[in-house]
Design a protein around this ligand. Structure first.
Ligand SMILES: Cc1ncc(C[n+]2csc(CCOP(=O)(O)OP(=O)(O)O)c2C)c(N)n1
Ligand SMILES: [Mg+2]
Length: 370
């Protein structure tokens, strides 16, 4: 079985920017050149970080990384359309969006090293970020749980008549989870202001989309719940932005949720803990390399006279300096204090936990003291 389910050539798939950087007849980019430059820079930075973090993991300096290689247009395009008051419920591949929303690079890297400055206090795996200030919730690893969170939050905003739309990302595999069905049903019945985005990247670890569902498309599953459901080429930044913008405008006008199936491809392994050579042929990557979401935007920008090799070198050079400094600072920063392990669960620490904390802080008991 292969990941054929992700073909973005069907007629019901919105496409605007072709792989060669030209625009489909009758369509427009929908973004200014300056906006495209900003998004292109964000996509390149996300990819550079992805590559750097894999190297750090291979060198044993961080424990884990899960990236968005090949999925940058889906992730950054949908984050881009969200307004400042909107709230994002992430999956685990969307660190680039957190940075776009205002999380600092240093804060992200503090999480990757689990140091004492990490907003998750070093208690989470790397990439399990949280950035409340950017209205970007905690990364949800248990498959699909963020869907019900996003729908519930959107419902509460609707009840309180607040103009807030929620965005939630999840994978193709997550559409088999009970949380997907609970969330979709609730979204449909209560017509909540949410944009639900399935990054259909062809794989759920080693299970191809074709082995995940017998439905003709993932979008079809949303229609079954009365949720407006659309598909777009997830490697086409302009199509992602157009579909996302319309969804946010509708939700804000009280016209309910949109389910967006973005057809893309996971160009890397599932995470640094996975070896895709065990289940995927390299041949499968080739057609997707030709549809690379970043190369496509670059080709359009070059066509507009707005980008060239010199600007790439400048962008890569300055980001390299920034990343190296942030990595050095994150790596050198002190680890979280041991005592903080006991914080944040109880307002007043119960006696038995106080005892355990004090024992821990005293260090190992002397030999023979049993
Ligand atoms: C409830 C639950 N079951 C199993 C897992 C292990 N797991 C982690 S990621 C994953 C596959 C998810 O695939 P998909 O939803 O397509 O997202 P992708 O990783 O492709 O972005 C699985 C099975 C988990 N995290 N949670
Ligand atoms: Mg997937």
């Amino acid at each position: 079985m292969t990941a054929q389910g992700t073909s973005s050539d069907s007629d019901d798939v919105l496409r605007i920017l072709r792989p060669d950087g030209t625009i489909e007849p009758g369509r427009a980019p929908g973004l200014t050149v300056a906006e495209v430059v900003e998004l292109y820079r964000a996509m390149v930075r996300t990819r550079m970080l992805d590559e750097r973090l894999v190297m750090l993991q291979r060198q044993g300096r961080i424990g884990f990384h899960i990236g968005s290689l090949g999925e940058e247009a889906t992730v950054l395009g949908t984050a881009w359309v969200m307004r400042p008051q909107d709230f994002i419920f992430p999956c685990y591949r969307e660190f680039g969006a957190a940075l776009l929303r205002g999380m600092t690079l240093q804060s992200y890297l503090d999480n990757m090293f689990g140091n004492g400055r990490d907003l998750a206090k070093g208690r989470q795996m790397p990439d399990h970020i949280t950035a409340r200030g950017a209205r970007f919730g905690s990364v949800s690893s248990p498959i699909g749980t963020q869907i019900t969170h996003a729908v519930g939050y959107a419902w509460s905003c609707k009840l309180q008549r607040q103009d807030v739309v929620t965005l939630v990302w999840f994978g193709d595999g997550a559409t088999s989870s009970s949380e997907f069905h609970n969330g979709m049903n609730f979204a449909g019945v209560y017509q909540v202001p949410a944009l639900l985005v399935c990054r259909n990247n062809g794989w759920a670890i080693s299970v191809p989309t074709g082995g995940q569902t017998a439905s003709e498309s993932i979008a079809e599953k949303g229609r079954a719940y009365g949720v407006r459901s659309v598909r777009c080429d997830g490697n086409d930044l302009f199509a992602v932005v157009a579909a996302g913008r319309e969804a946010v405008a509708r939700a804000s006008r009280g016209e309910g949720p949109t389910f967006l199936e973005a057809l893309t491809y996971r160009m890397s392994g599932h995470s640094t803990s996975d070896d895709p050579n065990a289940y995927r042929l390299d041949d499968e990557l080739e057609p997707w390399k030709k549809r690379d979401p970043i190369a496509r935007v670059r080709a359009w920008l070059v066509g507009q006279g707005a980008w060239d090799d010199g600007l790439d070198a400048e962008l890569e050079g300055s980001f390299d300096v920034e990343v190296k400094a942030a990595i050095a600072s994150a790596e050198e920063a002190a680890r979280p204090e041991l005592s903080t392990l006991f914080d944040d669960v109880y307002a007043q620490l119960p006696a038995h936990l106080r005892e355990q904390r004090d024992q821990l802080l005293r260090g190992p008991r002397p030999a023979g003291d049993h």
